[in-house]
Design a binder for this molecule. Structure first.
Ligand code: SIN
Length: 519
């Protein structure tokens, strides 16, 4: 039976994938969601911080826009920031319409503070269970709407089709031959790359596969060097790297070193509410300066009832670890958290490959510049997802412009061995050690060499074969390392000891494109 062209394939079931599917259905389309795990597993589910929107009485879209641009360290695309912030209130109204139970005070949505936001503008649901509540609500609406959901179905490749579209090649966890889905628009909503790093706040599924798959299919990717690290995850040997939300610092929690001294005011006037890159580097420096391996989050000035009401998820986790944040200091350290770059899109979500759209963390619109502000990420999934849904209903030609600097990488013909099986763990070590919070040329060169070797091992020798999944990990990680090596400056989340300051020459986005060797 022919597949209707107006039935998009949406890959991923986080906030962006679920929202695009719902909106596409409302616009009269028949979407299918593919997800490599269960529909309920995604980074969204674990988002504690909330979602930002200028809906408070003393706030404005302009202030939200200014804060977003300021946090992005000189390279936020102003048009993207305008779109994100001006459409935020309408997208929140959509979530309310779908039934997301935002927290309220005296009948009005409550608003919290987070780093780099000049006003209280963070909406929460269930305190620090915001992502979970949004995910549960959107998932329920998707299932009620009877949207076709194929779980444990993994996108393995995108291949060019005649007439300018793409063919999605998928495999099922239950086995069987690879299946080709042709004649349908494809939306990548596959999320980020955090769990490629040895230390990460992300669930295991966040391996950045969407980037590798799109890149091989000829898509431009941008700003891969900007990996955001989150300063405060629970740090105790043997315990999970559980996120301790930034909203706790917004409520007044402070950071102390092993000697009990509050150190952030020495590093930045905004202290604990400085942008994340500054807090992460301050922690690193403090650990080196004091020769210790721990810093602590001190929330003991916040009343216990308030902590329990606002942060039930964090309090529950800490109780399991034998800690009470109203009495105990909590050991914390930074981990990889969010991929700022990704598959390049324009503001309509169009990639450089016709027939392929992207939104959410996998996409790079330029809206975060070199450093994303907390709680703008759930928001971007909705705002740019809305435009993707409208494009699916009424496609129009266009695509992203190439950034002023674009690296060209020759297409790799691999050795076709599956020697990459062990390489997930090793990729994590290389990224953490050499492409982490603090970088330099020697480490980045070593990382590129090792990652290229693993890429070769897992990449097929024939174009029609499917790359080994570990080759995707190595390729995505290699794009991060190559972009970080090329950017000879420090800006936002990218910090190099050999180029410790921002450079005017680099006040721009950086693309990477695959080219055929002969070209
Ligand atoms: C947090 O809760 O601290 C993380 C939220 C975010 O990354 O936007």
């Amino acid at each position: 039976m022919p597949v209707p062209a107006r039935s998009p394939v949406i890959v991923g079931s986080g906030i962006a994938g679920l929202y695009v599917a719902l909106r596409a259905r409302e616009l009269g389309l028949a979407p299918t969601i593919l997800t490599k795990s269960g529909i309920d597993e995604s980074n969204t589910r674990y988002a504690q911080g909330g979602i930002a929107a200028a809906i408070g009485p003393d706030d404005s879209v302009e202030l939200h826009r200014i804060d977003t641009i300021r946090a992005g360290a000189g390279i936020v695309d102003p048009a993207a920031a305008t779109r994100l912030t001006s459409e935020a209130p309408a997208r929140i109204a959509d979530l309310v319409r779908y039934g997301v139970p935002f927290d309220t005070t005296e009948g009005r949505i409550s608003l919290g503070r987070e780093a780099a936001h000049s006003r209280p503008r963070i909406l929460h649901a269930g305190g620090d269970a915001t992502g979970l509540r949004i995910e549960e609500t959107l998932r329920a609406r998707v299932l009620e709407a009877g949207i076709d959901v194929r779980e444990r179905t993994r996108l393995r490749a995108l291949r060019p089709a005649g007439r300018g579209g793409v063919v999605a090649v998928v495999t099922r966890a239950s086995g069987g031959a690879a299946e080709e889905i042709a004649g349908r628009p494809v939306v990548l909503a596959t999320g980020g790359t955090g769990s490629l790093y040895r230390q990460s706040s992300n669930p295991a599924i966040a391996t950045g596969e969407g980037v590798a798959i799109a890149f091989r299919a000829g898509a431009l990717v941008t700003d891969m060097e900007f990996i955001q690290f989150h300063p405060t995850t629970f740090a105790r040997a043997g315990a999970p790297r559980f996120l301790i939300t930034e909203a706790l610092r917004g409520e007044g929690a402070v950071l102390r070193n092993a000697a009990g001294e509050r150190f952030m005011p020495r590093y930045d006037p905004a202290a604990e509410l400085a942008p994340r890159d500054i807090v992460c580097r301050a922690i690193e420096q403090e650990l080196r300066r004091t020769g210790t391996s721990e810093v602590f989050l001190d929330a003991t000035a916040i009343p216990r009832e308030r902590l329990l009401a606002r942060f039930p998820t964090v309090c529950r986790f800490l109780a399991e670890q034998g800690l009470d944040p109203s009495k105990d200091r909590v050991p914390v350290s930074p981990v990889a958290h969010y991929m700022i770059g990704g598959v390049t899109t324009d503001l309509e979500g169009r990639t450089s490959v016709p027939g392929l759209w992207a939104c959410g963390e996998v996409a790079s619109t330029g809206v975060h510049g070199a450093n994303r502000m907390g709680s703008n990420s759930l928001l971007e999934g909705l705002v740019f997802g809305e435009h993707v849904a409208r494009q699916l209903a009424h496609p129009s030609p266009g695509g992203p412009a190439s950034p002023p600097r674009t690296l060209q990488l020759p297409r790799v013909v691999g050795r076709g061995r599956d020697g990459g099986v062990r390489c997930f763990r090793e990729v994590g070590e290389v990224l953490w050690n050499d492409v982490g919070i603090v970088r330099d040329r020697a480490g980045l060169e070593a990382a590129v060499r090792r990652l290229s070797e693993w890429e070769l091992q897992g990449e097929p020798s024939r174009r029609d074969d499917l790359p080994h999944p570990a080759a995707n990990a190595a390729l995505t990680a290699g794009l991060v390392a190559r972009a970080a090596l090329a950017r000879e400056e420090s800006r936002g989340a990218h910090y190099r000891t050999d180029f410790p300051r921002p450079s005017r020459r680099w006040r721009c986005h950086q693309g990477i494109l695959q080219v055929d060797r002969r070209a």
